[in-house]
Ligand binder design. Structure first.
Ligand code: NAP
Length: 278
């Protein structure tokens, strides 16, 4: 007997068949679900990680079970030489890249009076410079190769993993919120610059998703109840909620979507405090 989940998996159309995708930070949380989602939709996938190699290999095995190619690649996205080498290896291995999902990210939280320059810089380096480097290297290959109509209507897709904190200020997290605010303007500027060349740049902005990055916000009933006050739809999101949005956004189904952020947040950006106040 097959479960509803199995049925659902089989029902996913191969909307990315023949495309080559790279997902950064793909051994955990949202990146992992996204890499698996892209593979299930027919793409060959590079699973980037920086420290968790074993977990990355497990993701690779799951992706390969869909009959597509995958391999894991260690690189720190904040290091220019490592990102350059990662994309060059992908072009060698898979021939090209069609989809770059710049997902890797981290938090180093502190009140402003306690935040060190190292904490500030680390978050900016990974969350913003890392996405810039990944977008730049992908764009070079998209431009070199151009449109291949049998594969996709566009010359390439860049999906930036942003956050609701690209527009919602977040006390105690000034480094993180600033990095995501930067991602918004970087994404829009790159979209404006690259759209005439057939490249689509967009972002997905998750709300509260159940992953290791924010464990303390959901791992006790009290914390989860507190968190859900901020979510009109009253559930914490799953990594697959984000993976589904990225998969469709990267496909030709959304070929006319350029320079946009898709918020996947259960309504967190609807200013829920105003439902009863104001
Ligand atoms: P996560 O489970 O902690 O995953 C973070 C990933 O980033 C890991 O795979 C980690 O790899 C990787 N990473 C960290 N530093 C890296 C570096 N220098 N180079 C390459 N990879 C690096 O967190 P997540 O929730 O899935 O977060 C993924 C993205 O979603 C982030 O950009 C985050 O800001 C965004 N986001 C998450 C939420 C949420 O509620 N979870 C909400 C909004 C936005 P290793 O394990 O190898 O270190």
């Amino acid at each position: 007997m097959t479960s509803a989940v199995d049925e659902g998996r089989r029902a996913v159309p191969s909307i990315l068949r023949g495309q080559k995708a790279l997902v950064t930070g793909a051994n955990s949380g949202i990146g992992k679900a996204t890499a698996i989602g892209l593979g299930r939709a027919g793409a060959d996938v590079v699973v980037n990680y920086v420290s968790g190699g074993e977990a990355a290999e497990e993701v690779v095995e799951e992706i390969k079970s869909f009959g597509v190619r995958a391999y894991a690649y260690e690189a720190d996205v904040s290091q220019e030489d490592q990102v350059v080498a990662m994309v060059a290896r992908m072009v060698e291995e898979f021939g090209t890249i069609d989809i770059m999902v710049a997902n890797a990210g981290l938090q180093r939280d502190a009140a402003i009076t306690e935040m060190s320059v190292a904490q500030w810089q680390k978050v900016l380096d990974v969350n913003l410079t890392g996405q810039f480097l990944c977008a730049r290297e992908a764009a070079k290959e998209f431009l070199r190769r151009g449109v291949v109509p049998e594969v996709s209507r566009s010359a390439g897709k860049i999906v930036c993993m942003s956050s609701v904190h690209q527009i919602i200020p977040w006390a105690g997290h000034v480094n993180y919120a600033s990095s995501k605010g930067g991602v918004l303007m970087m994404m829009q500027t790159l979209a404006q610059e690259l759209a005439p060349k057939g490249i689509r740049v967009n972002a997905v902005a998750p709300g509260a998703i159940r992953t290791p990055i924010n464990r303390s916000a959901w791992d006790t009933p009290e914390a989860e109840a507190d968190l859900l006050r901020l979510v009109p739809y009253r559930r914490v999101g799953d990594p697959e909620d984000i993976a589904n949005a990225v998969t469709v956004l990267a496909s030709d189904l959304l070929d006319y979507v350029v320079g946009t952020t898709i918020y996947v947040d259960g309504g967190m950006t609807l200013f829920p405090g105003f439902a009863t106040g104001g």
